[in-house]
Design a protein around this ligand. Structure first.
Ligand code: HDE
Length: 705
């Protein structure tokens, strides 16, 4: 055998009997009946391991069309990432109407109770690049595409009901300021830097949104545990032209939940895909997350009497003033088949509305209506991005548009224009004044001018309302978050300027931040454009006041060793399936452990890979020997001390006492959140306690600085 033949033989995979000319078909291999690999032209490929060369050690030949096509395609795999909301994660599901709005809107999707339409949702962070980590402090995108029978309706919202700015003109500035600084290209996915706070401190209109992002809303525990809001005021319009204003809310059936900042920082290292993995796992195991769509409905009389302008996206309408009326439910029940094809290529546009839904003159919304279509042209490479299946309507559609890059749906037949004199189907699609979209005939009058409405000028009252609506724990988190961020700001004048705004929101907040920063004296309060007023607190604005009723959908980490108590483990497993939470065993080896009774149980994580920040509550379940061993391990010690510092509920068997002590949780530090588990029957009580999610009373005691 020549050396060349020998070389070829060693690189061949398996003993394949390839059927020549079987492009797109299957053939027999050692792996069974498999599809035949082909080029994009459908030509079957014989060898995918070696390029075509002039001799075994010779140059690669240009005529190797398979190599050329493979490399050409690879070289062009990337498309520009989204300029904002680059990091996102999507899932399919459906929207089902539970309350008809037929008296308010002609929107087909909102007529018949019980009817479902397909939905696609993409959650995202705003500032970070596509590869940034999930637990950045940031707003979260909550973009919903409903494939209705009268076209696609996109509700492109966030998990926060207000925004930083009032006029789209400022969006590029705001985004430039928050993203990495252009000379040094850092920090990534963080607002804790000079440029962001410089811009914010010079833009008092951002103060309400600042309260929200600096609160726990900026670090959600899961996409499943956050609300969504369309932010702007939209319009519903009936067939006979009656208009009602509407604000859209998505409320998670799972309740609200966030993490604490120190936990977020550590999650980013332990699992940068924490939110992605959480959604993936939940949907894969059939625990489908669900949100209720609610609407706040109001008319011009309310709009005129409201303290703020309903066109101002930095303001919300408190639920106590206009209640949220339930309309339907959104369920996510299927992950994508392919991330790029669906999640990356999905194109949301605020202007994707259906008959019966209309816009208002909110200057942020008006700007968005321009921006989204424009950005898709760049990102998806041409005007035919609606031909990509994830963006295509699921109802019949007929346009007279044609050609362009990637045209898949050119009109059939002779006609590609209108009017034409061909009758029937040969004449192509025609407009339909009865069914077609008509814009609400809002009377517009005015001079062309670059101005901001006077009614937009109160920047502090709602920020104050948000702050006073929080529990004490949540207020402390806001103080700490602003102090943290400003401590990363290098320019003292910017720090002081932010505090000068906080003085208009809440004196206690301003003082706490000033103390945290070590400001020698409080600055003067920033002169408000309009004097703030005192608004009543609104319970809907707090996360802790709107937590879950059960422990369902949460995750318990069990630190376990060989020789663990069978009955307690068994009780935990039973509780997990009854209450529908996850149990993950964290053991010295990933292969798992043998219980005292000899049962082999595989582990979900090895101790160094399963820090307690990945769990909502923890149980320490070692054997006597295991407890002594774990007490000597730094990762096990961190597991416990972090769980304690993050105010988590800790269940422990007596054998874990040495580990607890080593982690600084000595007997005298035990509180009502550190719960002894003596026997299997104690598990029920422990899980019941866990429904509160955290033992917040502990928090103040573990933070001395
Ligand atoms: Fe966006 N925004 N935005 N935005 N936005 C984009 O569109 C823009 C705003 C939101 O998962 C971009 O396809 C302007 C508010 C979400 O694919 C871009 C203004 C809210 C997503 C754009 C805003 C949002 C985007 C970038 C101020 C909450 C991700 C890529 C006038 C109500 C959608 C893209 C997805 C994405 C522009 C402000 C939500 C450039 C000009 C307010 C959830 O078109």
């Amino acid at each position: 055998m020549s050396s060349m033949e020998q070389e070829r033989k060693t690189v061949k995979l398996g003993d394949e009997t390839v059927q020549r000319g079987s492009g797109g078909e299957t053939h027999q291999t050692a792996h069974g009946d498999v599809p035949t690999l082909t080029t994009q032209q459908g030509v079957p490929v014989a060898d995918d391991q070696n390029s075509l060369k002039a001799g075994a050690r010779g140059p690669t030949l240009m005529e190797d069309f398979h190599f050329r096509e493979k490399m050409f395609h690879f070289d062009h795999e990337r498309i520009p990432e989204r300029v904002v909301h680059a990091r996102g994660y999507g899932a399919h599901g459906f929207f089902e109407l539970t309350h008809s709005l037929s008296d308010i809107t002609r929107a087909d999707v909102l007529q018949r109770v019980g009817e479902r339409v397909p939905a696609f949702v993409r959650f995202s962070t705003v500032a970070g690049a596509k590869g940034s980590s999930d637990l950045a402090r940031d707003a979260r995108g909550f973009a919903v595409k409903l494939y209705t029978k009268e076209g696609n309706w996109d509700i492109v919202g966030n998990n926060i009901p207000v925004f930083f700015i009032q006029d789209a003109m400022k969006f590029p500035d705001m985004v430039h300021a928050v993203k990495e600084e252009p000379d040094r290209a850092f920090p990534q996915a963080q607002s804790a830097h000079d440029n962001f706070w410089d811009f914010i401190s010079l833009s008092p209109e951002s103060m309400n949104m600042i309260m929200w992002v600096m609160s726990d809303r900026g670090i959600p525990r899961s996409f499943r545990f956050m609300e969504g809001f369309a932010v702007h005021t939209f319009r519903f319009v009936t067939a006979d032209g009656k208009s009602t204003y509407a604000k859209f809310h998505w409320k998670p059936k799972q309740g609200l939940q966030s993490v604490v900042w120190n936990e977020a920082v550590k999650i980013n290292g332990a699992d940068p895909d924490f939110h992605r993995r959480d959604l993936w796992n939940a949907i894969q195991k059939g625990d489908y997350p669900e949100w209720e769509l609610g609407v706040q409905l109001f008319d011009d009389a309310f709009a005129d009497s409201f303290d703020f302008d309903i066109l101002d996206a930095t303001k919300l309408i408190p639920e106590e003033l206009v209640p949220v009326k339930p309309v339907g439910r959104l369920v996510l029940d299927r992950m994508v088949d392919n991330f790029f094809a669906e999640t990356e290529q999905v194109a949301f546009c605020t202007q994707n509305v259906v008959p019966g839904i209309d816009f208002t003159n909110d200057p942020l919304l008006q700007g968005r209506n321009f921006s989204y279509l424009d950005t898709q042209l760049k990102r998806l490479g041409g005007p035919n991005f609606t031909h990509i299946p994830i963006n295509a309507p699921k109802c019949p559609f007929h346009t007279l548009q044609q050609d362009g890059h990637g045209a898949m749906h050119n009109p059939k037949g002779r006609v590609n224009y209108e009017p034409n004199s061909w009758g029937g189907a040969a004449g192509g699609p025609r407009e339909n004044p009865q069914k077609g979209y008509t814009s609400y005939p809002d009377a517009i009058e005015g001079r062309k001018e670059r101005v901001r409405s006077e009614k937009f000028a109160d920047h502090y009252s709602q920020a104050r309302q948000y702050y006073i609506s929080q529990t004490e724990v949540e207020q402390t988190h806001i103080q700490q978050a602003i102090t943290f961020e400003l401590s990363k700001v290098e320019t003292p004048a910017i720090r002081a300027r932010v505090v000068s705004h906080l003085l208009n929101i809440d004196k206690g907040l301003a003082q706490a931040v000033a103390d945290g920063l070590g400001l020698e004296k409080l600055p003067e309060a920033a002169p408000p454009a309009r004097a703030p007023v005192d608004l009543p607190p609104s319970a809907a604005l707090s996360i802790i006041k709107n937590g879950p009723e059960s422990f369902a959908g949460r995750k318990v980490g069990v630190l376990i060793t060989n020789g663990a108590d069978d009955a307690i483990l068994d009780a935990l497993e039973k509780a997990a399936s009854a209450e529908k939470f996850d149990l993950e065993l964290v053991a010295p080896q990933i292969g798992g452990i043998k219980t005292a009774g000899g049962r082999h149980v595989p582990a979900g994580q090895r101790v160094p890979g399963g820090p307690s920040v990945l769990y909502d509550a923890v149980v320490l379940l070692p054997s006597e020997d295991g407890g002594t061993q774990l007490a000597k391990d730094a990762d096990a010690k961190d597991f416990v001390s972090d769980a304690f510092a993050h105010a988590k509920f800790i269940g422990y068997v007596p054998a874990a006492a040495p580990l607890l002590a080593k982690a600084g949780v000595t007997e005298d530090a035990h509180d009502n959140g550190v719960i002894a588990i003596q026997k299997a029957t104690d598990i029920a009580g422990f899980i019941k306690t866990c429904r509160a999610l955290r033992f917040w009373d502990r928090e103040a005691k573990v933070h001395a600085v």
